[in-house]
Design a protein around this ligand. Structure first.
Ligand SMILES: [Zn+2]
Length: 257
């Protein structure tokens, strides 16, 4: 697998060589192409967490011994989380909620219910900044630590699992995760439920790609996600899948302490 640490020096050497050639010859095509490829690879590596370009994330369980999936819900808690919890209880399913600190402050009662009903909690930063991909290491660390503090007030523990907003990984995120000793969690089946507006299409997208061992990315922030989850849970039950938390699926510790 290609890694940032391996490719960056290659791009740097190629870039300098291309620059020297351009300055000497007056021909800039090679230099522009080198920069373009370097930027494209970096952008791709930043936004596809499965590539492990900057740092290694766990994103599915390979060859699980039985039919199993892990549902994960990002960006809550929200008012829609209640219906998700009702569905999970009805199907005796466990899930993992990657919560945003400021959402926990807004919906503390719902957050307590997630914990009380035995679901797993992961860190999804304090504010879920749209600039997350551009934060420096200290800022990423602060985002994660501030979320940890809020979660620990309710949970009594600091979560070990972290999912970056938008699934972004870059050198700042890689360093922060290393410093804070977090386990990065990605996904292998993305619902696109914040992009696709048709609830049936969200369900069909996840269903058509489903493989045992998948970590499914959903958001407990909309009615269409609730609908898709209701159909998925009914299917999973009919097909004999167990719905477990990410820490159970991957046999990982859930807390740091
Ligand atoms: Zn998110």
């Amino acid at each position: 697998m290609l890694k940032h640490k391996l490719l960056f020096p290659v791009f740097a050497v190629l870039g300098i060589a291309a620059l020297l050639y351009a300055l000497r010859s007056g021909t800039w095509g090679f230099f522009i192409a080198t920069i373009g490829v370097a930027l494209a690879v970096t952008a791709w590596g930043s936004f596809d967490i499965r590539l492990g370009y900057f740092t290694t994330a766990k994103f599915r369980k390979n060859n699980p011994p039985q039919k199993v999936i892990a549902l994960t819900f990002d960006d809550g808690p929200s008012s829609h989380t209640v219906e998700i919890l009702d569905l999970l209880a009805r199907y005796q399913a466990k899930a993992t909620f990657f919560c945003i600190g400021k959402q926990i402050e807004q919906y503390p009662t719902i957050f307590k219910r997630i914990i009380e009903e035995g679901h797993s909690i992961g860190n999804h930063t304090r504010t879920h900044s749209h600039r997350f991909g551009f934060l420096n290491t200290a800022q990423v660390i602060a985002e994660i630590e501030n979320c940890d503090t809020i979660i620990a007030q309710f949970l009594g523990h600091t979560p070990a699992l972290f999912r970056p907003p938008f699934g972004v990984t870059n050198p700042s995120v890689a360093k922060a995760v290393e410093v804070l000793n977090k386990q990065l969690i990605g996904w292998s089946n993305r619902s696109l439920d914040t992009v696709i507006t048709n609830a049936d299409k969200i369900y069909e997208r996840v269903k058509s790609r489903l493989r045992s061992g998948d970590i499914i990315l959903l958001h407990d922030t909309s009615q269409r996600s609730v609908y898709a989850v209701s159909k998925l849970l009914a299917d999973m039950k009919a097909e004999g899948y167990a719905c477990v938390s990410v820490d159970d699926l991957l046999n990982l510790p859930l807390y740091e302490d």
